[in-house]
Design a protein around this ligand. Structure first.
Ligand SMILES: *[C@@H]1O[C@H](CO)[C@@H](O)[C@H](O)[C@H]1NC(C)=O
Ligand SMILES: *[C@@H]1O[C@H](CO)[C@@H](O)[C@H](O)[C@H]1NC(C)=O
Ligand SMILES: *[C@@H]1O[C@H](CO)[C@@H](O)[C@H](O)[C@H]1NC(C)=O
Length: 270
């Protein structure tokens, strides 16, 4: 009896160590999605994060459609992307695709924002009429002056997303990687064509908010596409599997609008 019990306790100890190494790595990253490093404490984790607790124009928000204001001055969301080499990255709190080269731009009025990376949140961070969705994709763009503009796409359960189908192998590979616990894990995607994610947008919601992860930087131009796309349950699981256990539900809670108005662009009204 003694030997198996001893072995059992060694195993249990090893498991505990493994679990705590995941937590301590998260501690290095500085934040998590639950517990002491969770969203309600982000503002206190570092002096750089003060906007997370004191900011008055934070993201995400609940978009109540009948309280949005149809704007005739908003322009179509033009995204001009080209195929480039891309890398799939697991940083433990989200799955991202990053580009080393110039992919293209998002034009907001007269300003060009260069496409830098895209990442997923499961479930969604933004709500539509009080409803949360199973997933949300953020296409992050940055202008020369450092300011950010994000295009967000919401996904409901349904047919598999065609774009995600192309990276399913890479996601499965990431979930297998055990060495990914200590640092970011990377999978080269090779030549990447962003065609599937640049379909034209007939409707979007625009407001000024923040990044949804620390340091919660404000003055981010948010563009939530009106068309909700579909994703399969299996694909949502693939996106969650490689993440740290306390980051599998990587959505920040909805933040107050504090008087902000959400504008609606609708092609039909132009
Ligand atoms: C913005 O990007 C578009 C498309 O790439 C380009 O035609 C235009 O000249 C750019 N405008 C500025 C101000 O850089
Ligand atoms: C606006 O939408 C909300 C949520 O869908 C609903 O509860 C409310 O009754 C609507 N208000 C008006 C004036 O239509
Ligand atoms: C892009 O990736 C391919 C392999 O998929 C490689 O042969 C090529 O050298 C890469 N190009 C650049 C510019 O890194």
């Amino acid at each position: 009896m003694a030997a198996p019990l001893g072995l059992f306790s060694v195993l249990a100890f090893a498991l505990l160590l493994a679990a705590s190494s995941v937590t301590s790595h998260n501690a290095q990253e500085g934040f998590s999605y639950s517990g002491a490093k969770g969203p309600s404490n982000w503002g206190h984790l570092s002096s750089k994060n003060s906007a997370c607790s004191n900011g008055k124009t934070q993201s995400p928000v609940n978009v109540v459609k009948n309280q949005t204001v149809l704007s005739k001055s908003l322009t179509p969301l033009i995204r001009d992307y080209h195929p480039v080499n891309a890398t799939l990255v697991n940083n433990g709190f989200s799955i991202a695709i990053v580009f080393e080269e110039e992919v293209g731009v998002l034009m907001v009025g007269n300003k060009n924002y260069s496409f830098k990376q895209m990442h997923w949140h499961t479930p969604s961070e933004h709500y539509l009429d009080g409803a949360q969705y199973p997933a949300e994709l953020h296409l992050v763009h940055q202008a020369k002056d450092g300011s950010l503009a994000v295009a967000a796409i919401l996904y409901d359960y349904g047919k598999p997303d065609r774009f995600l189908q192309k990276i399913e192998k890479g996601l499965a590979e990431m979930a297998q990687e055990t060495c990914g616990l200590d640092e970011e894990s990377h999978v080269a995607l090779g030549f990447f064509n962003p065609k599937n994610i640049k379909r034209s947008t007939r409707k979007y919601y625009r407001y000024i908010g923040s990044t949804t992860t620390p340091p919660c930087t404000e003055q981010v131009v948010w563009n939530i596409l009106g068309k909700v796309r579909t994703i399969s349950k299996e694909q949502v699981q693939l996106l969650k599997a490689p993440l740290y256990s306390d980051c599998k539900n990587n959505c920040r809670p909805v933040q107050p609008l504090n008087g902000r108005q959400i504008q609606l662009y609708d092609e039909l009204s132009h």
